[in-house]
Design a protein around this ligand. Structure first.
Ligand code: F6R
Length: 612
């Protein structure tokens, strides 16, 4: 939901800013803009549409400023249009601001500022910020080096909502100020230069040293240093964290799209996520966790709360936790959970899954569970992300940066990690050793089986050529395969814009079968030996009604029945989703390509949903 970049150093800022925006474009692509401090004051260049449009703006090459801020927008308040693009200036053109988040009380602030003589030129919530900063700045009679910071602090004290903000001022030519609340922002530390970004990968080619700002903290960046202040402007110190991701992992590396690259990175992502947490002969260990048998056996319930794909990973986690640990586990969508007064107390363990660690609803759900006295555990792919800073415990998937909007390697890594977590819980509870040892052995063999599965892409590509013009596609499964059907259906709809639905195969007869008509495509996943015959019967029912069928299986089925059968390697049922989802990721990918769509940046979506 909007990406922001900032640079202060000795190089020309504009190319660095545009380059950073291109890498952040997955966060929103309705408009883009940059603002730099030039010899004659602040400059703003912005336009509707993609970041690359900035290269065509007259005068963009003439910018020489070495300090600047930049923004790529996912529109919330105000339609995608040049006047609503960031950066925004105050009326006197003293301040330039970019903002990611939502100012909830902007109407009230707009009214206040209008009454005080300010005029607004956009429909955005953001435009109140530079004007509010100016309001406080003009009222401050002192003119010391902290006047700019005081004005920003006073303005922020009036804001309700979420924000990551960068501000430059024409009177302070050698610094920029940043602050955040409930929206992501990282500071990259360089040699006589410093960077700002909404996420780490966008500036990974410049530095691996990052400062993380907590909510309501301020930072002043100069070329040489970064100084930090708490909300009352007391100076605080921070240590830079070294991020181990390498810059190449944020590049396409010869693949046509990030999504295809990320699908192929799954063997590595799973290997890295397994890491050294266990061996076939040793117990599972998480350095970050210290759960006891007493605590786990006293739990009334585990909640897994997340959004979208991460929530579907949670459904697979529920299966593992319930079967291996015998603890009732419920999975819920964060945006619903947070508003339905869930039954959570100090005997509930609440697990939150979020690739980005910045999803607003998931963070809010976590805060709610803390208030209700539950212990909270975050699963994220981003070290230092908001969710991991809020939770009592945090464990990480090691998928590396995921750039494509549609999640692939993060999903399979989440499934892997939560399954290992279930093993850890079961071992702490001292149950089921034989099942656990077999599962651990099967997990070790999984990366090689993912590699085998990836080799099946050619048949899927051919089938996609037959299915890409469909209006509706159905996904069916039973048991754990139903959770995979849900994720497969989501992947397809988000990048191909084909309407798709997923159903438990046994539910078909209770209504959805009325939608099956001649030549419609039905995709089915069958990996559970106990349920395969039942699912085959359900597929037979749709074939009778004229459906084309794609079956993903590792079971002994009569392939002649189906239009295409994709045979994935056999594996332990607890981890079969990690293999069975791969053909579905490829199916969605090839359909999207066949339709000539932008696979990595599907319309209306953004990678990180930092607003409700
Ligand atoms: C779909 C997808 C989304 C995310 C969801 C949660 O491909 O990526 O459904 O899974 O927005 O995002 P995170 O995991 O960052 O909280």
């Amino acid at each position: 939901m909007c990406g922001i970049v900032g640079y202060i150093g000795n190089q020309k800022a504009s190319p660095i800013l545009i380059n950073g925006l291109i890498r952040l474009e997955y966060r929103g692509y309705d408009s883009a803009g940059i603002s730099t401090i030039e010899k004659d004051g602040l400059s703003i260049m912005k336009d509707k549409g993609r970041v690359k449009n900035l290269y065509n703006l007259e005068g963009i090459d003439d910018l020489t400023g070495t300090i600047g801020i930049a923004h790529t927008r996912w529109a919330t308040h105000g339609k995608p249009a040049k006047e609503n693009s960031h950066p925004h200036m105050d009326n006197s053109k003293t301040f330039s601001v970019v903002h990611n988040g939502i100012i909830e009380n902007y109407n009230e602030l707009r009214k206040f500022l209008t009454e005080n003589g300010y005029t607004f030129y956009s429909q955005t919530d953001t435009e109140v910020i530079p004007n509010l900063v100016h309001y406080y700045y003009s009222k401050d009679t002192q003119s010391d080096e902290l006047k700019f910071l005081r004005a920003v602090q006073n303005a922020c004290a009036d804001l309700k909502g979420s924000y990551a903000i960068e501000i430059i001022c024409k009177d302070y030519k050698d610094c920029m100020i940043v602050t955040r609340k409930d929206s992501p922002l990282v500071i990259g530390k360089g040699e006589d230069e410093n960077y700002i970004s909404s996420d780490i990968p966008a500036i990974l080619s410049f530095t691996r040293n990052f400062y993380l700002l907590n909510d309501l903290e301020f930072a002043i960046l100069t070329r040489e240093a970064v100084s930090f202040y708490d909300k009352d402007l007391n100076a605080i110190s921070k240590k830079a964290e070294v991020i181990e991701w390498n810059a190449a992992s944020a590049e396409k590396d010869g693949y046509d799209d990030f999504m295809l690259k990320e699908i192929h990175e799954q063997p590595t992502a799973i290997r890295e996520t397994i890491g050294a947490k266990f061996s076939e002969t040793s117990k599972c260990e998480f350095d970050e966790l210290n759960f006891t048998k007493e605590y786990l056996s006293g739990l009334n319930k585990i909640y897994i709360v997340a959004c979208g794909t991460a929530m579907y990973a949670g459904l697979v986690g529920k299966n593992a936790i319930e079967k291996l640990c015998k603890i009732t586990t419920e999975v819920d969508v964060a945006s619903e959970f947070r508003y339905r007064d869930p039954l959570v107390d100090d005997k509930t363990l609440c697990i939150f899954i979020s690739q980005s660690g910045e999803t607003a609803d998931t963070i809010a759900a976590l805060k709610l569970c803390k208030e209700k006295g539950a212990k909270t555990l975050a699963i994220s792919n981003v070290i230092g992300s908001s969710i991991t800073r809020e939770a009592d415990y945090s464990i990480y998937t090691h998928a590396g940066p995921e750039i494509a909007v549609a999640s692939t390697k993060a999903y399979t890594s989440q499934v892997m990690l939560i399954t290992i977590l279930a093993i850890y819980f079961a071992e702490v509870l001292e149950i089921n050793t034989t099942t656990l040892n077999t599962l651990k052995k099967d997990i070790m063999e999984l990366p090689a089986k993912i590699e085998e599965t990836l080799k099946l892409s050619e048949n899927i590509q051919d089938f996609s050529k037959k299915a890409y013009q469909e209006k509706d596609i159905f996904f069916l499964g039973r048991g754990i395969d139903e959770a995979v059907a849900k994720e497969g259906s989501l992947k397809l709809k988000e990048i191909s814009y084909i309407h798709s639905e997923s159903y438990p195969a046994g539910e078909l007869k209770h209504g959805p079968i009325a939608l099956i008509e001649n030549d419609i495509t039905v995709v089915s996943i069958m990996t559970d030996c106990k349920l395969v015959e039942k699912t085959v019967s359900n597929i037979q029912e749709v074939i009778t009604r004229g459906a084309k069928t794609l079956v993903i299986t590792n079971q002994d089925v009569d392939e002649k029945m189906f239009d295409l059968t994709i045979r994935i390697p056999e594996t332990n049922p607890f981890i079969s989703p990690i293999l069975s989802i791969i053909p579905l990721q490829l199916f969605a990918y090839y359909i999207s390509k066949e339709k000539g769509l932008d696979v990595d940046k599907p319309r209306n979506l953004a990678k990180s949903v930092t607003v409700e």
